[in-house]
Design a protein around this ligand. Sequence first.
Ligand SMILES: C[S@@+](CC[C@H](N)C(=O)[O-])C[C@H]1O[C@@H](n2cnc3c(N)ncnc32)[C@H](O)[C@@H]1O
Length: 295
Amino acid sequence: MPADLRAALADATTRLSAAGVGSAWAEAQILAAHALGVTRSELSRLVVLGAEAPDGLAELVERRSRREPLQHLVGRAPFRTVELLVGPGVFVPRPETEVVAGLAVDAAREVDHPLVVDLCTGSGAIALAVAVEVPDARVVAVEVDPAAHAWAVRNREALAAQHPGVADRVDIRLGDAAGADRAVLAELVGQVDVLAANPPYIPPDATPVDPEVRDHDPAVALYGGGDDGLLVPAAVVLAARGLLRPGGLLVMEHADTQGPGARALAAGPAWTDVRTATDLTGRSRALLARRATGA
Ligand SMILES: C[S@@+](CC[C@H](N)C(=O)[O-])C[C@H]1O[C@@H](n2cnc3c(N)ncnc32)[C@H](O)[C@@H]1O
Protein backbone atom coordinates (compact mmCIF):
# COMPACT_ATOMS: atom_id res chain seq x y z
CA MET A 1 0.00 0.00 0.00
CA PRO A 2 1.40 3.47 -0.89
CA ALA A 3 2.84 5.59 1.93
CA ASP A 4 0.94 8.71 0.88
CA LEU A 5 -2.62 8.96 2.27
CA ARG A 6 -4.26 10.07 -0.97
CA ALA A 7 -2.64 7.26 -2.96
CA ALA A 8 -3.40 4.75 -0.19
CA LEU A 9 -7.10 5.68 -0.33
CA ALA A 10 -7.15 5.14 -4.11
CA ASP A 11 -5.35 1.82 -3.71
CA ALA A 12 -7.75 0.72 -0.93
CA THR A 13 -10.73 1.64 -3.12
CA THR A 14 -9.41 -0.52 -5.98
CA ARG A 15 -8.81 -3.48 -3.66
CA LEU A 16 -12.21 -3.24 -1.96
CA SER A 17 -14.00 -2.86 -5.26
CA ALA A 18 -12.22 -5.92 -6.66
CA ALA A 19 -13.38 -7.87 -3.58
CA GLY A 20 -17.02 -7.01 -4.35
CA VAL A 21 -17.48 -4.33 -1.68
CA GLY A 22 -20.26 -2.04 -2.92
CA SER A 23 -19.33 1.43 -1.63
CA ALA A 24 -15.58 0.96 -1.92
CA TRP A 25 -14.55 4.65 -1.89
CA ALA A 26 -16.72 5.48 1.13
CA GLU A 27 -15.55 2.39 3.01
CA ALA A 28 -11.89 3.15 2.25
CA GLN A 29 -12.38 6.56 3.84
CA ILE A 30 -14.18 5.10 6.87
CA LEU A 31 -11.36 2.59 7.43
CA ALA A 32 -8.65 5.24 7.03
CA ALA A 33 -10.45 7.63 9.39
CA HIS A 34 -10.78 4.78 11.90
CA ALA A 35 -7.09 3.87 11.61
CA LEU A 36 -6.13 7.53 12.15
CA GLY A 37 -8.68 8.10 14.92
CA VAL A 38 -10.18 11.11 13.15
CA THR A 39 -13.54 12.08 11.65
CA ARG A 40 -14.10 11.85 7.90
CA SER A 41 -13.93 15.63 7.50
CA GLU A 42 -10.59 15.65 9.34
CA LEU A 43 -9.47 12.87 7.02
CA SER A 44 -10.23 15.07 3.99
CA ARG A 45 -8.14 17.84 5.54
CA LEU A 46 -5.22 15.43 6.06
CA VAL A 47 -5.47 14.30 2.41
CA VAL A 48 -5.21 17.94 1.26
CA LEU A 49 -2.22 18.47 3.56
CA GLY A 50 -0.44 15.47 1.98
CA ALA A 51 -0.38 13.35 5.14
CA GLU A 52 0.98 9.81 5.28
CA ALA A 53 -1.22 6.71 5.31
CA PRO A 54 -1.74 5.36 8.82
CA ASP A 55 -0.24 2.15 10.13
CA GLY A 56 -2.90 -0.50 10.19
CA LEU A 57 -4.85 0.66 7.14
CA ALA A 58 -3.43 -2.10 4.93
CA GLU A 59 -4.56 -4.76 7.40
CA LEU A 60 -8.04 -3.27 7.72
CA VAL A 61 -8.40 -3.19 3.94
CA GLU A 62 -7.19 -6.78 3.70
CA ARG A 63 -9.75 -7.93 6.29
CA ARG A 64 -12.55 -5.99 4.64
CA SER A 65 -11.55 -7.51 1.29
CA ARG A 66 -12.13 -10.90 2.93
CA ARG A 67 -15.61 -9.49 3.62
CA GLU A 68 -15.42 -9.06 7.37
CA PRO A 69 -18.25 -6.61 8.15
CA LEU A 70 -17.19 -2.97 8.10
CA GLN A 71 -18.97 -2.52 11.44
CA HIS A 72 -16.87 -5.27 13.04
CA LEU A 73 -13.68 -3.59 11.83
CA VAL A 74 -14.59 -0.19 13.25
CA GLY A 75 -16.46 -1.74 16.22
CA ARG A 76 -19.53 0.42 15.83
CA ALA A 77 -22.84 0.68 13.97
CA PRO A 78 -25.05 3.77 13.79
CA PHE A 79 -28.73 3.19 14.56
CA ARG A 80 -31.14 6.13 14.56
CA THR A 81 -30.06 8.39 17.43
CA VAL A 82 -27.54 6.00 18.94
CA GLU A 83 -24.22 4.42 18.03
CA LEU A 84 -23.91 0.79 19.05
CA LEU A 85 -20.84 -1.27 19.84
CA VAL A 86 -20.84 -4.41 17.70
CA GLY A 87 -18.53 -7.30 16.91
CA PRO A 88 -18.44 -11.07 16.63
CA GLY A 89 -21.37 -12.67 18.45
CA VAL A 90 -24.00 -10.03 17.78
CA PHE A 91 -26.22 -9.14 14.82
CA VAL A 92 -25.23 -5.87 13.13
CA PRO A 93 -28.28 -3.55 13.26
CA ARG A 94 -29.72 -2.71 9.82
CA PRO A 95 -31.15 0.51 8.36
CA GLU A 96 -34.51 -1.20 7.70
CA THR A 97 -34.88 -1.86 11.42
CA GLU A 98 -34.57 1.90 12.00
CA VAL A 99 -38.00 2.19 10.36
CA VAL A 100 -39.41 -0.50 12.65
CA ALA A 101 -37.92 1.21 15.70
CA GLY A 102 -39.42 4.49 14.48
CA LEU A 103 -42.90 2.95 14.50
CA ALA A 104 -42.32 1.87 18.10
CA VAL A 105 -41.04 5.34 19.04
CA ASP A 106 -44.09 7.03 17.47
CA ALA A 107 -46.48 4.70 19.30
CA ALA A 108 -44.66 5.09 22.61
CA ARG A 109 -44.78 8.90 22.34
CA GLU A 110 -48.58 8.73 22.33
CA VAL A 111 -48.56 7.32 25.88
CA ASP A 112 -47.55 8.92 29.19
CA HIS A 113 -44.66 6.99 30.75
CA PRO A 114 -44.99 4.10 28.29
CA LEU A 115 -43.84 0.58 29.04
CA VAL A 116 -42.05 -0.74 25.94
CA VAL A 117 -40.76 -4.28 25.40
CA ASP A 118 -38.13 -5.25 22.82
CA LEU A 119 -38.06 -9.00 22.20
CA CYS A 120 -34.94 -10.43 20.50
CA THR A 121 -32.95 -7.29 21.31
CA GLY A 122 -29.50 -8.34 19.99
CA SER A 123 -27.20 -5.33 20.46
CA GLY A 124 -30.07 -3.54 22.21
CA ALA A 125 -30.69 -1.43 19.09
CA ILE A 126 -34.46 -0.95 19.30
CA ALA A 127 -34.58 -0.84 23.10
CA LEU A 128 -31.87 1.79 23.41
CA ALA A 129 -33.13 3.96 20.55
CA VAL A 130 -36.60 3.99 22.14
CA ALA A 131 -35.14 4.84 25.55
CA VAL A 132 -33.14 7.76 24.13
CA GLU A 133 -35.95 9.09 21.93
CA VAL A 134 -38.78 8.66 24.43
CA PRO A 135 -37.33 10.06 27.65
CA ASP A 136 -40.23 8.98 29.88
CA ALA A 137 -40.29 5.39 28.58
CA ARG A 138 -39.41 2.35 30.63
CA VAL A 139 -37.97 -0.33 28.35
CA VAL A 140 -37.53 -4.04 29.00
CA ALA A 141 -35.49 -6.03 26.47
CA VAL A 142 -35.10 -9.80 26.13
CA GLU A 143 -32.32 -11.74 24.38
CA VAL A 144 -31.79 -15.51 24.39
CA ASP A 145 -28.14 -15.64 23.33
CA PRO A 146 -25.69 -14.89 26.19
CA ALA A 147 -23.09 -13.38 23.82
CA ALA A 148 -25.61 -10.97 22.28
CA HIS A 149 -27.06 -10.20 25.72
CA ALA A 150 -23.58 -9.15 26.87
CA TRP A 151 -23.29 -6.75 23.89
CA ALA A 152 -26.67 -5.20 24.76
CA VAL A 153 -25.59 -4.64 28.37
CA ARG A 154 -22.30 -3.14 27.16
CA ASN A 155 -24.21 -0.78 24.88
CA ARG A 156 -26.51 0.34 27.67
CA GLU A 157 -23.50 1.17 29.85
CA ALA A 158 -21.73 2.97 26.98
CA LEU A 159 -24.82 5.08 26.23
CA ALA A 160 -25.33 6.01 29.85
CA ALA A 161 -22.38 8.40 29.67
CA GLN A 162 -24.05 10.49 26.93
CA HIS A 163 -27.64 9.98 28.04
CA PRO A 164 -27.86 10.07 31.82
CA GLY A 165 -30.84 8.10 33.09
CA VAL A 166 -31.02 5.68 30.16
CA ALA A 167 -29.30 2.91 32.12
CA ASP A 168 -31.94 3.19 34.88
CA ARG A 169 -34.82 2.96 32.40
CA VAL A 170 -33.60 -0.01 30.32
CA ASP A 171 -33.79 -3.49 31.79
CA ILE A 172 -32.01 -6.11 29.65
CA ARG A 173 -32.89 -9.70 30.47
CA LEU A 174 -31.42 -12.99 29.32
CA GLY A 175 -34.31 -15.21 28.29
CA ASP A 176 -36.50 -16.70 25.61
CA ALA A 177 -39.03 -14.62 23.68
CA ALA A 178 -41.07 -17.80 23.31
CA GLY A 179 -43.26 -17.96 26.38
CA ALA A 180 -41.85 -14.66 27.69
CA ASP A 181 -45.29 -13.78 29.08
CA ARG A 182 -45.14 -16.91 31.24
CA ALA A 183 -41.46 -16.74 32.22
CA VAL A 184 -38.92 -13.93 31.78
CA LEU A 185 -41.57 -11.16 31.57
CA ALA A 186 -44.37 -12.82 33.55
CA GLU A 187 -44.88 -9.79 35.83
CA LEU A 188 -45.65 -7.57 32.81
CA VAL A 189 -48.69 -9.49 31.53
CA GLY A 190 -51.38 -7.14 30.20
CA GLN A 191 -49.33 -4.00 30.95
CA VAL A 192 -47.14 -3.36 27.92
CA ASP A 193 -47.99 -0.34 25.75
CA VAL A 194 -45.71 -1.14 22.81
CA LEU A 195 -44.01 -4.42 21.98
CA ALA A 196 -41.33 -4.18 19.28
CA ALA A 197 -39.33 -7.05 17.85
CA ASN A 198 -36.89 -7.82 15.10
CA PRO A 199 -36.77 -11.60 15.51
CA PRO A 200 -34.84 -14.01 13.30
CA TYR A 201 -37.06 -14.73 10.29
CA ILE A 202 -35.00 -16.10 7.38
CA PRO A 203 -36.36 -19.43 6.08
CA PRO A 204 -33.95 -22.41 6.22
CA ASP A 205 -33.48 -22.55 2.43
CA ALA A 206 -32.71 -18.83 1.98
CA THR A 207 -29.07 -18.65 3.07
CA PRO A 208 -27.93 -15.01 2.67
CA VAL A 209 -25.52 -14.45 -0.23
CA ASP A 210 -23.49 -11.63 1.34
CA PRO A 211 -20.51 -13.13 3.23
CA GLU A 212 -20.79 -10.35 5.84
CA VAL A 213 -24.20 -11.75 6.82
CA ARG A 214 -23.80 -15.45 6.05
CA ASP A 215 -20.43 -15.84 7.78
CA HIS A 216 -20.54 -13.22 10.52
CA ASP A 217 -24.08 -12.66 11.84
CA PRO A 218 -24.89 -15.43 14.36
CA ALA A 219 -27.18 -18.16 12.94
CA VAL A 220 -29.52 -17.73 15.91
CA ALA A 221 -30.05 -14.12 14.77
CA LEU A 222 -30.86 -15.05 11.18
CA TYR A 223 -32.95 -18.21 10.88
CA GLY A 224 -36.46 -18.05 12.25
CA GLY A 225 -37.17 -21.77 12.21
CA GLY A 226 -39.88 -23.84 10.54
CA ASP A 227 -40.33 -24.15 6.77
CA ASP A 228 -41.12 -20.45 6.33
CA GLY A 229 -38.82 -18.89 8.95
CA LEU A 230 -41.79 -17.77 11.02
CA LEU A 231 -41.47 -20.07 14.03
CA VAL A 232 -39.75 -17.52 16.30
CA PRO A 233 -41.92 -14.66 14.93
CA ALA A 234 -45.02 -16.75 15.76
CA ALA A 235 -43.73 -17.17 19.31
CA VAL A 236 -43.17 -13.40 19.51
CA VAL A 237 -46.78 -12.72 18.46
CA LEU A 238 -48.06 -15.21 21.02
CA ALA A 239 -45.99 -13.64 23.79
CA ALA A 240 -47.15 -10.16 22.67
CA ARG A 241 -50.74 -11.31 22.98
CA GLY A 242 -50.14 -12.03 26.65
CA LEU A 243 -48.00 -8.99 27.40
CA LEU A 244 -49.79 -6.11 25.65
CA ARG A 245 -52.53 -4.17 27.40
CA PRO A 246 -55.81 -3.79 25.48
CA GLY A 247 -55.04 -1.23 22.77
CA GLY A 248 -51.30 -1.87 23.01
CA LEU A 249 -49.33 -2.08 19.76
CA LEU A 250 -47.20 -4.89 18.34
CA VAL A 251 -44.53 -3.88 15.79
CA MET A 252 -42.59 -6.83 14.39
CA GLU A 253 -40.11 -6.82 11.52
CA HIS A 254 -40.24 -9.53 8.85
CA ALA A 255 -38.88 -10.21 5.35
CA ASP A 256 -40.49 -8.43 2.40
CA THR A 257 -42.04 -11.73 1.25
CA GLN A 258 -43.62 -12.52 4.63
CA GLY A 259 -46.38 -9.89 4.87
CA PRO A 260 -49.33 -12.30 4.45
CA GLY A 261 -47.70 -14.97 6.64
CA ALA A 262 -46.99 -12.45 9.39
CA ARG A 263 -50.52 -11.01 9.28
CA ALA A 264 -51.88 -14.55 9.58
CA LEU A 265 -50.04 -14.87 12.90
CA ALA A 266 -52.25 -12.07 14.26
CA ALA A 267 -55.53 -13.54 13.01
CA GLY A 268 -58.40 -13.96 15.47
CA PRO A 269 -60.25 -11.92 18.08
CA ALA A 270 -57.16 -11.08 20.17
CA TRP A 271 -55.99 -8.60 17.52
CA THR A 272 -57.36 -5.60 15.67
CA ASP A 273 -55.99 -3.09 13.12
CA VAL A 274 -53.72 -5.77 11.66
CA ARG A 275 -51.65 -4.39 8.78
CA THR A 276 -48.27 -4.40 7.10
CA ALA A 277 -45.94 -1.39 7.24
CA THR A 278 -43.57 -0.67 4.36
CA ASP A 279 -40.03 0.64 4.51
CA LEU A 280 -38.57 3.64 2.67
CA THR A 281 -38.27 1.63 -0.54
CA GLY A 282 -41.94 0.56 -0.39
CA ARG A 283 -41.22 -3.05 0.59
CA SER A 284 -43.33 -4.89 3.17
CA ARG A 285 -41.29 -4.71 6.32
CA ALA A 286 -43.28 -5.04 9.55
CA LEU A 287 -46.43 -6.45 11.07
CA LEU A 288 -48.50 -3.93 13.01
CA ALA A 289 -51.32 -5.21 15.20
CA ARG A 290 -53.23 -3.77 18.12
CA ARG A 291 -54.28 -5.90 21.09
CA ALA A 292 -58.05 -6.07 21.04
CA THR A 293 -60.06 -5.05 24.07
CA GLY A 294 -61.66 -7.93 25.90
CA ALA A 295 -60.39 -10.82 23.75
C1 LIG B 1 -32.37 -10.32 13.65
S1 LIG B 1 -31.53 -10.20 15.19
C2 LIG B 1 -32.14 -8.61 15.72
C3 LIG B 1 -31.35 -7.95 16.79
C4 LIG B 1 -31.80 -6.51 17.09
N1 LIG B 1 -33.16 -6.49 17.57
C5 LIG B 1 -31.67 -5.64 15.87
O1 LIG B 1 -32.68 -5.29 15.28
O2 LIG B 1 -30.55 -5.31 15.48
C6 LIG B 1 -32.48 -11.33 16.18
C7 LIG B 1 -32.02 -11.48 17.62
O3 LIG B 1 -32.93 -12.36 18.28
C8 LIG B 1 -32.24 -13.24 19.14
N2 LIG B 1 -33.10 -14.41 19.33
C9 LIG B 1 -33.26 -15.49 18.52
N3 LIG B 1 -34.18 -16.32 19.02
C10 LIG B 1 -34.61 -15.77 20.18
C11 LIG B 1 -35.56 -16.17 21.18
N4 LIG B 1 -36.25 -17.31 21.06
N5 LIG B 1 -35.75 -15.37 22.24
C12 LIG B 1 -35.04 -14.21 22.37
N6 LIG B 1 -34.12 -13.79 21.49
C13 LIG B 1 -33.92 -14.55 20.39
C14 LIG B 1 -30.94 -13.50 18.40
O4 LIG B 1 -29.94 -13.98 19.25
C15 LIG B 1 -30.65 -12.11 17.81
O5 LIG B 1 -29.91 -11.33 18.71
